[in-house]
Design a protein around this ligand. Structure first.
Ligand code: SAM
Length: 315
């Protein structure tokens, strides 16, 4: 399906829960948030993907909150993998439960996994997230062993937390066939107050590692510019939402954990998809009516920020 700006929309991100087992300082800083009942049932998630597949969506990514907290995650993936037209199923996770789940996820039809890891230092990781870095590293290892290939590591750049670790992250790509992707901290919800102090342009990665050479993108709409050391097995991705907008090639829409359709990550506008589904309304029609109006571009430069933290939207 195309929007009014001619962009082909073929990528759906679904957030399966806003619950998370970590409290990253820029995303979910309040450690005492009560667990919420998951809003969308497995059947509802599958119905949404079926409708979007009819409209040309080929790729689905599950996210959260932490999607591996969903007890039915494996069944959801298994059912979505059987939908005609869906040829790529990926997951974004903090990796804590990945070691125990990687095999069943792969067997169910998961193809790829992105693991969020903002530091390689144990104590710093605990301070940033409240979690145990060893569990994440074990999860990454198991994901590789199970062939969830290529494992992509997502690193949100922060001046005072991990700018000194850029080289260490990039070094991983020399030995391992992994993508390490540096993401600029985006102003939304809680992170707005971190931006001034912590924002670091992803250009810093190229400044620190001048031997990186640009290579072809995986696909034209990918937000990630890719680089490689000549001797490297893996790649380095640069995602520069702020310093270099990629809205022109944005091919995605999102479903929030509460079942709202979101056409742009940085807009506050949400459309009540789950409400429509539960009222037995025609959701194909809802998509056809709304997707063409996907905003042309985000307005972060004009300080139009999303009020919600990423865990409530789905990163
Ligand atoms: C919200 S999490 C959800 C999935 C999963 N729990 C995880 O940790 O990957 C998805 C990604 O969003 C990123 N994120 C959250 N808030 C962000 C922000 N303000 N700017 C950039 N990335 C952000 C996280 O670092 C993480 O990589």
């Amino acid at each position: 399906m195309r929007d009014l700006h001619g962009r082909v929309i073929n990528y759906l991100r679904i957030s399966l829960t806003e619950n998370c087992n970590l409290s990253c300082i820029y995303c979910r800083p309040d450690k005492c948030i009560e667990a919420k009942k998951d809003f969308m049932t497995k059947r509802e998630v599958v119905s949404i993907v079926e409708a979007m597949a009819e409209l040309g969506v080929k790729k689905v990514r599950f996210t959260g909150g932490e999607p591996l907290l969903r007890k039915d995650i494996t069944e959801i993936i298994s059912e979505v993998s059987k939908i005609d037209g869906i040829d790529d199923i990926a997951l974004t996770t903090n990796g804590i439960f990945l070691a125990e789940k990687a095999k069943e996820l792969k067997d169910a039809g998961l193809m790829r996994v992105n693991v969020s890891i903002d530091t390689l230092e144990k104590e710093k990781y605990r301070g940033l997230t409240g979690g145990n870095l060893d569990m994440v590293l074990e999860g990454i290892k198991r994901a590789e062993q199970e062939g969830l290939h290529p494992v992509k590591l997502n690193v949100v750049l922060m001046k005072s937390y991990n700018s000194e670790e850029i080289e260490n992250f990039v070094k991983i790509t020399v030995e391992k066939e992994m993508d390490v992707r540096f993401i600029e901290l985006m102003p939304m919800g809680s992170s707005v107050r971190w931006i001034e102090k912590e924002y670091l342009s992803s250009q810093e990665v190229l400044n620190r590692c001048p031997r990186l050479q640009i290579v072809e993108k995986d696909y034209a709409a990918s937000p990630s510019l890719l680089y490689k050391f000549p001797e490297g097995k893996g790649r380095v991705g640069i995602i520069n939402t702020i310093s270099n907008k990629f809205c022109d090639s944005c091919n995605r829409v999102r479903i929030t954990p509460s079942g709202k359709l979101k056409l742009c990550l940085h807009s506050n506008k949400e459309i009540d998809l789950l409400g429509a589904l539960r009222k037995d309304e025609d959701i194909l029609e809802l998509f056809r009516k709304n997707i063409p109006n996907k905003p042309e571009k985000h307005l972060l430069d004009k300080k139009h920020y999303n009020d919600k933290d990423m865990y409530k939207i789905g990163g």
